[in-house]
Design a protein around this ligand. Structure first.
Ligand code: JFZ
Length: 400
């Protein structure tokens, strides 16, 4: 699917500070834990959110159902600290799920393992730096199992995106057990590697296959080229995960290059927005996402259903491939010819600008030279190289 929407949202949006982390830091604990009483997103419209996602060219959705701050955005049997306690009351999660079904979007849920508020979880705010007298993982585990069962059985979530696994109370054994439990409820559910203890820092890769998890989770960075192991970079459209007024937003160039380098490296991009306390996604963010969607409308063939490479991405280019075609994504390319080393034993049948003009090309000494009729001025020039055979298993090429 290659491109999805991540959403970090909850009562904390009323403060405009970071979800979970600002509890007991920028916002006193007592104030933070009472924000829900004023959480009334009267302009929330699930249909609009998912339409925004669809128009951005995204294919799947992952929403924070319960972050480190413990607030559950759905009516849950296992806690009173949930959406029904707010003045809004409505099951926003079910509305999101229904809108996803309507638009053909895969529905997924973020769920934090650590809980800095729950009395049974041993660590507390700020940032897991305090200890609770009442901590007891034996009691806490049935709580997270019960809640995730609701997400699977009632909301039919297809992705469980865990987080907060790095803290001491969570162990490898617990991770394995939880993973098996969830796959027992739905064998087709996708589970990220943060269910277990095998994640290597913000690089997010799984350090060895004795650890559970279906995909790796590089955070706030494009993952390293890897076409063997599934991975997904999670990156914010602004700086903060949750909404922050006037947060600095990425330019269209940054957004597109991030997507292209991620996909060119073999990964997916889970691109995050933080909706406002009234329930709307900021109009400027909606607009930026639409610009990405407009680009994907034209060049989606070179993104969706592709494999990364064979050329490893660098500052000048990324490449993707599908069947007999290699797509070169030339970033800020402003010349009228281009040269690149090209694998022997592959014959090129045709070179063209994707959905555009046929290009003259020539191969001499393993060097492919492509000529453009005029200097290129687009942010990205996508060249489609059609070969005489399937290129999906060609060896990766490091251009340096
Ligand atoms: C985690 C969350 O804490 C964050 O709020 C967001 O949900 C993201 C997708 O995942 O990111 C982290 C995890 C750990 C640290 C910082 C951010 N850390 O240990 O500093």
């Amino acid at each position: 699917m290659k491109f999805g929407m991540f959403v970090h949202w909850g009562p904390v949006s009323l403060k405009g500070t970071e979800i979970g982390w600002s509890r007991g830091r920028e916002v006193p604990i007592d104030e933070y834990d009472n924000l829900y009483k004023n959480f009334n997103p009267t302009k929330f419209n699930a249909d609009e959110w998912i339409k925004t996602l669809k128009d951005a060219g995204m294919k799947y959705f992952v929403i924070t159902t319960r972050h480190h701050d413990s607030f559950s955005i759905w009516p849950t049997e296992f806690s009173d600290y949930d959406i029904t306690a707010t003045p809004y009351k409505k099951d926003v999660l079910m509305e999101m799920k229904k809108a996803c079904d309507k638009y053909g979007i895969v529905f997924g849920t973020y769920y934090s393992i650590c809980d800095w508020k729950h009395p049974d979880y041993p660590l507390g705010s700020p940032g897991g730096k305090t200890k609770k007298e009442t901590g007891d993982m034996e009691k806490f585990i049935p709580f997270i199992k019960g809640q995730t069962k609701e997400l699977i059985e009632k909301y039919n979530t297809k992705i469980l995106w865990f987080d907060g696994e790095w803290e001491k109370p969570w162990t490898h054994e617990m991770g394995l057990d939880f993973y098996d439990y969830l796959k027992g409820l739905d064998e087709n559910i996708l589970i990220n590697n943060r269910v277990d203890k095998g994640r290597k820092g913000m690089e997010g890769i799984t350090i060895s296959n004795e650890f559970a998890g279906d995909f790796a989770t590089p955070e706030q960075r494009v993952g390293t080229y890897d076409i063997e192991n599934p991975w997904e970079s999670c990156i914010t459209i602004c700086n903060q995960w949750a909404w922050k007024p006037n947060d600095k937003m990425k330019s269209l160039e940054e957004c597109l290059f991030t997507l292209i380098k991620t996909v060119g490296g073999g990964g997916n991009l889970l691109f995050n927005v933080g909706p406002m306390p009234d329930g709307r996604i900021e109009p400027r963010q909606v607009e930026r996402l639409k610009e990405m969607g407009d680009w994907l409308d034209k060049y989606g063939e070179a993104i969706y259903d592709t494999k990364g490479g064979p050329f490893k991405p660098n500052e000048q280019l990324a490449s993707t491939r599908k069947g007999n075609s290699i797509y070169l994504h030339l970033l800020n390319f402003n010349q009228n010819n281009f040269e690149i080393q090209f694998p022997e034993n592959i014959k090129i049948k045709n070179c063209s600008v994707l959905n555009g003009e046929i290009l003259n090309f020539e191969i001499t000494d393993k060097l492919l030279r492509i000529d453009f009729p005029a200097e290129q001025k687009e942010l990205v020039t996508v060249v489609k190289i059609e070969c005489d055979k399937n290129v999906e298993n060609l060896q990766s090429i490091d251009l340096k």
